[in-house]
Design a protein around this ligand. Structure first.
Ligand SMILES: *[C@@H]1O[C@H](CO)[C@@H](O)[C@H](O)[C@H]1NC(C)=O
Ligand SMILES: *[C@@H]1O[C@H](CO)[C@@H](O)[C@H](O)[C@H]1NC(C)=O
Ligand SMILES: *[C@@H]1O[C@H](CO)[C@@H](O)[C@H](O)[C@H]1NC(C)=O
Ligand SMILES: *[C@@H]1O[C@H](CO)[C@@H](O)[C@H](O)[C@H]1NC(C)=O
Ligand SMILES: *[C@@H]1O[C@H](CO)[C@@H](O)[C@H](O)[C@H]1NC(C)=O
Ligand SMILES: *[C@@H]1O[C@H](CO)[C@@H](O)[C@H](O)[C@H]1NC(C)=O
Ligand SMILES: *[C@@H]1O[C@H](CO)[C@@H](O)[C@H](O)[C@H]1NC(C)=O
Ligand SMILES: *[C@@H]1O[C@H](CO)[C@@H](O)[C@H](O)[C@H]1NC(C)=O
Ligand SMILES: *[C@@H]1O[C@H](CO)[C@@H](O)[C@H](O)[C@H]1NC(C)=O
Length: 418
């Protein structure tokens, strides 16, 4: 142990490490003065130690350090902190995980964040940050895997630079005021599994090229975005896709039959658009489908018999369309069906006799159709039925005795029948 070289090395490196750690303490104290809570409170235990220490700041709440006492993780979530993120954040250049979610932070993101080149995980969701997301900041964060700024006040165009980040898996820019078109280059994402752009002010056509993202699993593009045109038929080739949410974004045209190729899709949300035409019978290929919402569109025709293959359906919303014809019997046999809402259509004939026999039915609303016959006996078989709305149809006969014992029912409306 009396090795002079080792000793020498120790003295060479020790002070630098120490100095860096000490300045991380100063940086955190600077952050504290900027991230203020109601009447100056917040981050109570972030305080300078009585004597200089290389690691005192590492035990501040929400702070994690590496062995050198450098800050690697900052996690301050769901505390009311007003104020802004100061430029000094750029000095914490070993930061891997920056989670400042659910506070009340505002202002622009400092460009100094481009110094945080170790960042893998950024979660600034549920704040009121505003201004643009500068591409030059994004570009330098080459290690980034997760970037979540859901529900803030960011505006301007979506930065094209994200596509250069080869490790990026999860990108959530939803719930802001981003405008302009979805950049065509977003088609070149390589590792992205989750893309959420919903709830912005995006316009233009949905780029068909998004279908080229190789491992995409969840795609959210709807809500307040108002696109031109319809659903790109190319989306039927995103073989890894599990969730597609294009609700409420001014889509026109028909539902592409190609979507039926999405064998892993469990959720398809296309509600509140101007979609027309029939339900393609090819959608029976959606063998994993659990939730189907096509409500408030301009769809017509009958429910294809081929849909009897969709055994895992749990939620079916078809209300406010122009569907007609009978409700096929297989709907009564779906083992997991919980929600069936088909109000404001032109469905005829009776309700499937077995409806509710699966013991899972919770919500049935068939208002304003031309349904007739007597009511199925087992609607409340599992004791889970909460809402039963049958108004404005041609049902007749007595209410089944079984319904009288349905203790779970909180809402029932049956007027305007025979
Ligand atoms: C960026 O990092 C370098 C060294 O890592 C540092 O000298 C510089 O002050 C930092 N700049 C900002 C704006 O944080
Ligand atoms: C980052 O920090 C948050 C909050 O502590 C944690 O939930 C998350 O797992 C961390 N992420 C990574 C990649 O370390
Ligand atoms: C970001 O934080 C919010 C609030 O804590 C959380 O709901 C969300 O799941 C986090 N995002 C990611 C990608 O982990
Ligand atoms: C966020 O932006 C909206 C719309 O521009 C504005 O009404 C709201 O006041 C902003 N919130 C804050 C805290 O800046
Ligand atoms: C809605 O879609 C129609 C048809 O594609 C288009 O003409 C119209 O401009 C779109 N509305 C907006 C607000 O973009
Ligand atoms: C459907 O299109 C009409 C006429 O272009 C428009 O007024 C209406 O808002 C659209 N509805 C939806 C749900 O997009
Ligand atoms: C259908 O649901 C069951 C039970 O939830 C699940 O085990 C099965 O994998 C699902 N089938 C498909 C094709 O997703
Ligand atoms: C629905 O489609 C019909 C034609 O089939 C059209 O006349 C009507 O304007 C459409 N309604 C909406 C809201 O787009
Ligand atoms: C139902 O059909 C009738 C006659 O065919 C038509 O006038 C009415 O608009 C249709 N209603 C709906 C909601 O499609």
């Amino acid at each position: 142990m009396n090795n002079p070289t080792l000793l020498c090395l120790f003295f060479l490196f020790y002070p630098t490490v120490f100095l860096h750690a000490y300045s991380d303490l100063e940086t955190l104290l600077k952050l504290k003065s900027s991230l203020v809570g109601p009447s100056g409170s917040g981050l109570h235990d972030w305080a300078a130690p009585p004597s200089p220490s290389s690691s005192a700041h590492c035990s501040f709440s929400g702070v994690t350090c590496d062995v050198d006492g450098r800050v690697t993780s900052l996690n301050v979530a769901n505390v009311p902190l007003f104020g802004t993120l100061p430029p000094e954040i750029g000095l914490l250049d070993k930061l891997v995980n920056l989670t400042l979610a659910g506070n009340k932070l505002s202002g622009h993101l400092p460009v100094e964040m481009s110094n945080l080149t170790s960042l893998k995980y950024v979660n600034l969701s549920w704040n009121v940050f505003d201004g643009t997301l500068p591409g030059e900041v994004v570009l330098k964060l080459t290690e980034l895997e997760v970037f979540d700024v859901y529900n803030n006040n960011f505006s301007g165009n979506l930065p094209a630079e994200f596509v250069k980040l080869k490790n990026l898996k999860f990108l959530k820019l939803a719930g802001n005021y981003f405008s302009g078109e979805i950049p065509e280059v977003y088609s070149e994402f390589q590792g992205l599994t989750h893309l959420a752009l919903q709830g912005n002010s995006l316009t233009g056509k949905i780029p068909a090229g998004l279908a080229r993202i190789p491992n995409l699993q969840e795609l959210y593009l709807g809500y307040f975005n108002t696109y031109e045109g319809g659903i790109p038929p190319e989306f039927g080739s995103i073989s890894t896709l599990q969730l597609l949410d294009l609700g409420m974004c001014n889509l026109t045209g028909e539902i592409p039959a190609s979507l039926g190729n999405l064998k892993h899709l469990h959720t398809l949300f296309l509600q509140v658009n101007n979609l027309t035409g029939r339900l393609p019978s090819e959608l029976s290929g959606l063998m994993s489908l659990m939730s189907l919402d096509l409500s408030i569109n301009n769809l017509s025709g009958e429910i294809p018999e081929s849909f009897s293959k969709l055994k895992n359906l749990t939620l079916i919303n078809l209300f406010q369309n122009k569907f007609h014809g009978p409700l096929p019997g297989f709907i009564g046999d779906l083992p997991n069906l919980e929600v069936l809402q088909i109000w404001n259509n032109n469905f005829t004939m009776g309700l499937p006799e077995n409806l509710g026999r699966n013991g899972r039915l919770m919500l049935l609303d068939v208002t304003k159709n031309h349904l007739t016959g007597t009511l199925p006996r087992d609607l409340c078989k599992g004791g889970r039925l909460k809402t039963l709305i049958l108004m404005d149809n041609y049902f007749y006969g007595p209410l089944p005795e079984e319904l009288g014992e349905c203790k779970s029912l909180t809402r029932i409306r049956i007027k305007k029948n025979f």
